[in-house]
Design a protein around this ligand. Sequence first.
Ligand SMILES: [Zn+2]
Ligand SMILES: [Zn+2]
Ligand SMILES: [Zn+2]
Length: 354
Amino acid sequence: MNKLDLQNVPHRRFNPLTREWVLVSPQRTARPWQGKTEPLPLDQPPRYDAHCYLCPGNSRAGGARNPQYSSTFVFDNDYPALLPDSPDISLDQSGLIVSRTERGICRVVCFSPRHDLTLARMSSAKIRRVVDVWIEQCQSLAAIPWISYVQIFENRGATMGASNPHPHCQIWANANCPNQPEKEQSAMLDYLDRNHSCLLCDYLKLELADKERIICQNDAFIVLVPYWAVWPFETLLLSKRHFGAIDQISGQEADALADILRRLTIHFDNVFETPFPYSMGFHQRPSDQQPHPEWHLHAHYYPPLLRSAAVQKFMVGYEMLATPQRDITPEISAARLREVPETHYLERTSRSGT
Ligand SMILES: [Zn+2]
Ligand SMILES: [Zn+2]
Ligand SMILES: [Zn+2]
């Protein structure tokens, strides 16, 4: 069966990073839709919100007060999921009831003092400051001897559980490598052992040759809808050079990362002309002082929207109990994302923002 035939029949696609399958059912896109309708977000948020605990000068729930910050601002989470000084306690009953204390540090990074400016509406120069903070944070957290992994992630939009609309991300660093990066690490390591090359470098070559799933790229980074995407507009951000962690990027690559983050989020927002919700996060080599030649820095974006700003995908039923499934093919999603303009829809109708 060739590639074109697969566009019309149910098939499974293999995710080489997780070594799991996704079911693709392109023939179903003709069926009538009766999905959940989400109310559309209200008008633009204000530049400053007196009730926002992330805005400059405001007090936070824990009692601390934010400084009058003028750029990117980092603080320790007031209600952290992990604590740096938990005592070492473990439990193991026949390998079936198993637990162990986990130490960690949780931080919050406000992208900008502006309550209303998402990455899609910040300048590349200002996003570069966010990238620099990620690099600084990864360096300082990775230098702590008991930290094994630093996870940068962003939940954007109430539908993804973001508790505050002020644009921000979180950085959690902990003693053990979490599930997803660990799963990918073993796949990348096996691939390297078998093929003597990097899984994502080899995958990147195939995508550059095919071009069908590429959304945008610059000299150092590329964004594409991966062949095995589960979420309708899932994307993978890949560095073109092989390196394992964000603190290994050069100054030019940091500029290029800022550029690609701005462009990708504009593509997202322009698809339905709405602030596009997503969960995103970088995956990088553990900070356990090992070389990790198998690791290739990348970021995953998992947006829930399906066919309009009001219709989102849920992972329930068969997907929860068996295998994730999608109707619209990754190739159609990629075309949809690629074809929108690279000027933000709000910049086309107004001159606000920076
Ligand atoms: Zn705010
Ligand atoms: Zn690589
Ligand atoms: Zn990954």
